[in-house]
Design a protein around this ligand. Structure first.
Ligand SMILES: Nc1nc2c(c(=O)[nH]1)N[C@H]1C(S)=C(S)[C@@H](COP(=O)(O)O)O[C@H]1N2
Ligand SMILES: [Mo]
Length: 388
């Protein structure tokens, strides 16, 4: 599918949205991010990143990023939601698929898909980004969806975690030959959580995405969702949950998705490595719309679920001004915002946004962030340029 087709489909979606609105199902706040209406136009960004930006159609086994300038809806379509997979996209048969729960439990479990779909079901809106998302992709490794699935905590309670257990490891069906210290070994994609993190009630074994069975590329039939954490935690094609009394080591916990920062450690400056876990507070402007001389600046916020105090937008050297938040935002969704830009003067302008949470954390500029050499966790304020 080429970008023009996507554009056309968006318009179609917009038209459908309007008829739903006419039926009174959707309330006004959804209009914060409508698809392009008649007479509306996207004001092009003129910053370096935007000019270098390319958008590729979805291909099997490859990374896909959204064109964030097209974000027009609370939910990302399943076939636009970004894709990252390190070991390809394994074929998993729904009928023969089993989820095994093994290790330090009173009852080891082996659950079929139809059994799983009858247990402790709930739905929630969750948005997330890859820990490797960044300004170079205009933050396109991102998406927001409504998920339906089973409570992880309840499965773990059913299995009965034994005393002394420390860690819960989640294995995917996807494997690859990795060379580790000179030896070639077969490894499955895996991530782990402490028992405490694993027992959070919002953790979900998801089997539906936006009302459809979980698509193949997104981890069919079941994936883990750890709301508020970077995408790498959300193990796709999940087949085994193993409980153990030692820390799990592996490429995606200990080698990749590890940030390296220079920070103060009890009074001593040290280089610290941290496995990517909860999402840092981040906002970004994604598009500027113009209609009959009225300008609107739109963007998103992602974080670990801490409620926000506000999101502000600054134009050139002007003051920080509050943006409007969509009332449809939920604790773990992406949070869409919109700012009415009054009477911009002709010429070039710099637009920037920053989010503040209720604990007083303010999204930093890149200069204010501690020295960081890894590209993981790119959450600095992101200045954008437009010409009016
Ligand atoms: N089994 C498996 N799960 C995985 C991965 C993977 O390579 N294999 N990649 C992770 C990473 S790094 C990200 S960012 C998210 C992406 O999820 P999505 O492709 O559904 O957007 O899946 C995570 N889950
Ligand atoms: Mo990722």
């Amino acid at each position: 599918m080429n970008p023009e087709d996507i554009g056309r489909r968006k318009v179609l979606k917009g038209a459908l949205g309007t008829s739903v609105l006419a039926a009174g199902v959707v309330t006004a706040p959804n209009l914060l991010f409508p698809a392009l209406a008649q007479g509306e136009r996207l004001v092009p960004f003129i910053d370096e990143q935007s000019e270098a930006f390319t958008w590729n159609p979805i291909q099997p086994n490859s990374t896909h990023w959204q064109d964030t300038r097209q974000i027009s809806n609370r939910f990302t379509d399943n076939d636009e939601f970004y894709l990252v997979q390190h070991y390809g996209q394994p074929e998993v048969n729904n009928d023969s698929w089993r989820l095994k729960v093994t290790g330090m439990v009173d009852n080891e479990l082996e659950i079929s898909l139809s059994e799983l779909m009858k247990k402790y079901i709930f739905e929630q809106q969750v948005g997330f980004e890859c820990g490797g998302n960044g300004q170079r992709l205009l933050h396109g490794l991102i998406g927001n969806a409504n998920w339906r699935g089973t409570s992880l905590a309840n499965i773990l309670i059913e299995a009965g975690i034994q005393d002394g257990a420390k860690e819960v490891v989640f294995f995917g069906a996807d494997t690859a030959i990795e060379e580790i210290r000179g030896r070639e070994v077969e490894k499955a994609f895996a991530r782990s959580l402490s028992i405490e993190d694993a027992m959070r009630p919002e953790n979900m074994l998801a089997f539906e995405m936006n009302g459809e069975p979980l698509p193949h590329f997104h981890g069919k039939p079941v994936r883990l969702l750890v709301p508020g954490w970077y995408g790498v935690s959300n193990v796709k094609w999940l087949t085994q949950i193993h409980i153990q009394d030692t820390r799990y080591m592996g490429r995606f916990m200990g080698r990749d998705y590890v940030t390296l920062k220079r920070t103060d450690v009890g009074g001593t400056e040290r280089w610290v490595e941290n496995s990517v876990t909860t999402m840092n507070l981040k906002s970004s402007i994604v598009r500027v719309m113009e209609s009959s001389g009225q300008y609107r600046v739109q963007g998103f916020v992602l974080n670990d679920g801490t409620p926000l105090e506000n999101v502000e937008v600054k134009i050139d050297d002007g003051p920080w001004e509050s943006a409007n938040m969509s009332s449809r935002n939920t604790k773990y969704s992406w949070k869409l915002f919109s700012y009415n830009w009054q009477d911009p003067s002709p010429g070039e302008h710099t637009l920037i946004s920053r989010a503040t949470d209720i604990n007083g954390n303010v999204q930093a500029t890149s200069d204010e962030l501690p020295e960081k050499v890894s590209f993981w966790e790119d959450f600095a304020q992101f200045p954008r340029r437009v010409r009016i």
